[in-house]
Every structure is written in C-alpha cells, then in structure tokens.
Design a protein around this ligand. Structure first.
Ligand code: ZN
Length: 248
C-alpha cells in the first residue's frame, strides 16, 4: 500500500459507480486513481476524493493502476464553491498543472504553490488578477522556465525605468538598448519588472506579500498570461471560460 498526500485536480465519472481522479502529490507528480463505488462512498473517504480536496491517500497499485483504498481529508477548499469565478480560476490552474507536471517531477514546491494560491483565492485575501499572475509565473519558474530577469541583456543595467520583455524567454533589454529585435514583446516600466522578479525569485514565505498599482497589475497579468502561453503553446477552455465570466 502507498500512502501519499495530494490534492484532487480533476474528477471523471466512469460508468454508474466509479470515478477517476487526478491528484497532484508531493512525491509522485500527478497520478490517476480509480475510486471504486465513488457514488456510494460517503463520509471521510468520499469528501477526501472530491475536487480540490487536499488529503492523505492510501492507494493500492494493481496492474499498473492506482486504486483508492481510503483517504483522510487535510483541507477541503469548500469556500471556492461560493464563487463561480474563483472555482473557474482554480480549474484553470488545475489544467495548467495537468499539462505541465510530469509524473516524475518533484512536487513539493509545486503543491505548496498551488495550496497557497487556493488558500488566498478561497479567502479572498488577494485579487484574482494578482493570484493568477503569481501562479502562472511561479509555476513556470518551478518547472524549469524561469524568466531571465536579472539585467538588461545588452548593457547589464539592473533597474531600467523602461524596458522591453522578450516574451518567449522572459529576458529583457532596457529602452536605450532596444532596437526592435523582438517579435513578441512587452513594453513595461520598472515596477512591472520588480513584481516579476519578486514572483520568480522570492522565498515562498513572502511570495504573496507585495502590492502594486492597478496599472502595474494589469500589465503584469497580461505579461504572465502571454509568457505561459508562449511555453505551453496551447489554449485552455477553463481559461476562456474564466475570461468570459470576467467579460473579457
Ligand atoms: Zn540596456
């Protein structure tokens, strides 16, 4: 028997009784578990295996498939269900994770990022726009695609007042050095660069602790989405749905 902690990213019902859940674990990346008789399980094991439940799972491995033996809830993000927008945003995060995370990847930081983001989302402690930008940029960094945000690629300036991000690799050149060499670029001011640096470089304890103006947040959020799209090279229905709710 395998014991692991994880959070349910997706559930799919199968036939009349069973379901499959994808869970993001600390130690095995994302795994798919078959929950036999899911529609009849009540109590702890039932609630522990529903969408966005963070639980301790006891799993059996048979014929290369995982089967749920039992589960104990650690935290269930019930609060997300009070807001369709928050639930949709969490579903978009799940989709990106299911797309980006390999079974063998180290899930410790990634699960921490996801749990913390859901916590702030559930409690409404940060704006959705800020949480989305944090999640997108930090996830890319944790999965090996950290933008190269240290200095201007050409002159080494650390704090240019105006600069141009090259979206595909997240590097930048300052305004003085820019000569139109990028196809997919964002023109931004220093506060956006500072926010991106904070998100990708700071310790987890301080990750969510920054404030920016509405204008900076708007551009930060557009950049974060463009950056993740450049890397995943696909669209997500959950993101389209979320944006439709927001009237975009
Ligand atoms: Zn420069």
């Amino acid at each position: 028997m395998i014991i692991t902690e994880g959070i349910v990213l997706k559930e799919r019902f199968s036939g009349e009784h069973d379901k499959f859940i994808d869970i993001l674990t600390k130690d095995r990346g994302i795994i798919e578990i078959c929950v036999k008789g899911a529609r009849k399980i009540n109590g702890k094991s039932g609630s522990s295996a529903q969408l966005f439940a963070y639980s301790k799972f006891c799993i059996d491995l048979r014929k290369n498939m995982y089967f749920l033996n039992s589960a104990e809830p650690i935290h269930i993000f019930y609060g997300l269900r009070n807001s369709l927008a928050a639930l949709s945003l969490a579903s978009y995060f799940s989709d990106i994770l299911r797309y980006c995370i390999q079974e063998k990847s180290d899930g410790e930081n990634i699960i921490r990022l996801f749990l913390n983001t859901l916590h702030f989302l559930e409690k409404g402690l940060r704006s959705e726009k800020q949480l989305k930008a944090i999640f997108e940029l930090r996830l890319m960094s944790e999965t090996g695609f950290m933008p190269d945000v240290l200095v201007c690629r050409k002159c080494g300036t650390f704090e240019p007042q105006e600069l141009y991000f090259n979206v595909p690799d997240g590097s930048f050149v300052c305004k003085d050095c820019f000569s139109g060499e990028y196809n997919n670029f964002f023109s931004v001011k220093l506060p956006v660069l500072s926010a991106v640096r904070h998100i990708v470089l700071t310790d987890f304890d301080r990750l969510f602790n920054f404030r920016v103006s509405e204008e900076t947040l708007e551009i930060l959020s557009e950049f974060a989405e463009a950056y993740i799209q450049a890397h995943t090279e696909r669209s997500f229905n959950t993101l389209d749905f979320y944006k439709s709710l927001k009237g975009k």
